[in-house]
Design a protein around this ligand. Sequence first.
Ligand code: HEC
Length: 133
Amino acid sequence: MRPLLAAALATALMPLPLRAGPVEDGRAVWLDACASCHGPAARGDGPMAEILAMPVPDLTGLTAANGGSFPWLRVVHLVDGRSGLRGHGGPMPIFGALMRGDAVAADAPDGTPVITSARVLAVVAWLESVQER
Ligand code: HEC
């Protein structure tokens, strides 16, 4: 393998450098990519919510709705575009491109290996941190 390609691959598969920590990084991604619809605190009250044809859900109850455990794998797949909810579906989720390009490997709580992007992992960590218990 050519050294440049090898270096690029090694960088791509490296875990997100812990600058502020995943939850803080995830908050930034959230405000950037999600808050316009879901609201700054994930309550479903972003400015775009009014003009969407379908209601934007309050996402602070995902843990409660899932019997007390955060549905991590489902949310990761939703955000990185591998499961097509309508608001996120259609041709491609609107943030599909935004989340591409910084691949990381992670383990789901049940041990399932997952390749996704560092930004997806971060934003899901933030979302988990705002769940109401
Ligand atoms: C354009 C508006 C919009 C943006 C931007 C948006 N969402 Fe959503 N989201 C929705 C709507 C509408 C739904 C309702 C479900 C559907 O798609 O039918 C939803 C559903 C969800 C759900 C599923 C809730 C459930 O109970 O299954 C999750 C999780 C979610 N969004 C996370 C995010 C994250 C994380 C981001 C940012 C990366 C984001 N959303 C950006 C509109 C948006």
